[in-house]
Ligand binder design. Sequence first.
Ligand code: CS2
Ligand code: MG
Length: 402
Amino acid sequence: MKIIDAKVIVCSPGRNFVTLKIVTDEGVYGIGDATLNGREKSVVSYLRDYVVPALIGKDPHRIEDIWQFFYRGAYWRRGPVGMTALAAVDVALWDIKGKVAGLPLYQLLGGRSRDRIMTYTHANGQCMASTLEAVGQAVEAGYKAVRVQSGIPGMASTYGVAKDGHKYEPADADLPSESVWSTEKYLNFMPELFDAVRSKYGFDVHLLHDVHHRLTPIEAARLGKELEPFKLFWLEDCVPAENQESFRLIREHTTTPLAVGEVFNSVHDCRELIQNQYIDYIRSTIAHAGGITQVRRIADFAALFNVRTGFHGATDLSPVCMGAALHFDYWVPNFGIQEHMPHSKEMESVFTFDYTFDKGFFTPGEAPGHGVDIDEKLASKYPYKRAALPVNRLEDGTLWNW
Ligand code: CS2
Ligand code: MG
């Protein structure tokens, strides 16, 4: 079997997505998600100009050799653009292998380790009252786990909170919009917020929160400690994670579980965090961490240190990534939880998939491969429109972490 073509499909059904479609001489094709929010065109060029020409003629069954070819062969290893491109190739090849074998992807990985896949969704509001209402709606919808993000008194806007009446979409402008952040106002408000959520909804629902890289280690230690009475499922991205050692300080001060990794693209980004057990969940997902071939290595390494998976699953990861992730979640022994921000009907019209949701849990389908496809004709009706992620400043104007 040979690869005879590879198409990079760019579309924007409500938001930008990049999809790689690898076609073989036997008519079987596979697809992978190549979306990197705010940097889509960089991945498009990386694929079209450097990867696709070298793919043509290769045997699609040699997934590992092709992975090594584009990892070691890149010379300039790692990085979000290259590893997102490699991830798309990898997932498309696993999709082909499943189709040729006539098996759903989870069977190729080793069969299912669980009956269903627990997921969490987002609840957010511009004030405490509307946030509490949003949590109630998520619980009503059957979710057993809810991520809680709220507007902060005294701040015009903050991460994770949708503009009036819109679904939350961070890439909201052609060029980066600017937001203002106050750590003090945030830290003073968080305990009050989670006390209100627990008082209203009790302790049967798992609560998660995403700090989105905005604290220093000692501030994160304070937050984790002050939230302990509310028994969070996890506190996510509490500090930027380039300095993995900084998590030791946080770990020494709090038992609130920690999750990191959605911006990682290599096992080397999280090796110290995992082997020192500084974290409890690793979030690096298939679309940005080099595909199934590398994420499987990260998950197996994490299992040695009691770290579980908690894949990133925002709307800027397409249904293709979601489909592949659910097959991985079905198999991986040290599964933790799967994020799910529902895609809009417009987005779902372009991608067909066979995974199903029922009362807070997902189940992947039984179609060979990952079970997701793209309607190229319909995708072409939604042209790309540049959309940048925001930047964030402190109240004195200092450029901070968004
Ligand atoms: C967030 C993401 O879902 C999350 O945990 O961190 O929504 C993130 O802000 C976006 O994926 C950035 O594109
Ligand atoms: Mg996050």
